[in-house]
Design a protein around this ligand. Structure first.
Ligand code: SF4
Length: 153
């Protein structure tokens, strides 16, 4: 199966701070599935490194006060194009990111507080019928994968 994955989880230094968040376990998953790296913030025209941003209601604002919502929306649409091109039913996305976070995101105060909500890309993918999970759920997927079951729940 083709699975979209946040590129920073695969070791690409595309985060706002110019670093990655490599998850080694993805190598195991990559032996069974095609992992397709995506970085919506780069696709949306932002540079690396860049000021960190957080979502506040329907807007995304950088720590320096710039409204970067349009970049985030553009990146989400470009990511959805790839999801459709590769017929992805599943995406493994970086938790809490204003683009990739699903279920829980930072609250917009840049204080590390977490609230219920979705990043811009995660929300668009989920609304388009793609199952979105975070990196903390990879173990479940690896277990399914090693016993050759499909991840459907
Ligand atoms: Fe990682 Fe997503 Fe942020 Fe890109 S936009 S650095 S893939 S969390």
């Amino acid at each position: 199966m083709n699975i979209l994955v946040s590129a920073c989880l695969l070791g690409v230094n595309c985060r706002y701070d110019g670093k990655s968040k490599l998850i080694d376990k993805l190598k195991v998953l990559g032996k069974k599935h095609n992992l397709i790296p995506i970085c919506p913030e780069i696709y949306g025209g932002l540079t690396t490194p860049r000021a960190p941003s957080e979502k506040i209601k329907d807007k995304v604002i950088s720590k320096s006060g710039e409204d970067v919502t349009e970049h985030f929306k553009r990146g989400a649409k470009e990511t959805l194009k790839l999801a459709r091109f590769y017929d992805c039913k599943l995406a493994i996305l970086k938790e809490r990111s204003p683009s990739c976070g699903y279920g829980k995101i930072y609250d917009g105060t840049f204080t590390g507080n977490i609230v219920d909500g979705n990043g811009v890309t995660a929300e668009l993918l989920a609304k388009s019928g793609i199952k979105v999970i975070g990196e903390s759920e990879i173990d479940k997927l690896c277990e399914c994968s090693s016993s050759d079951k499909t991840f459907n729940d």
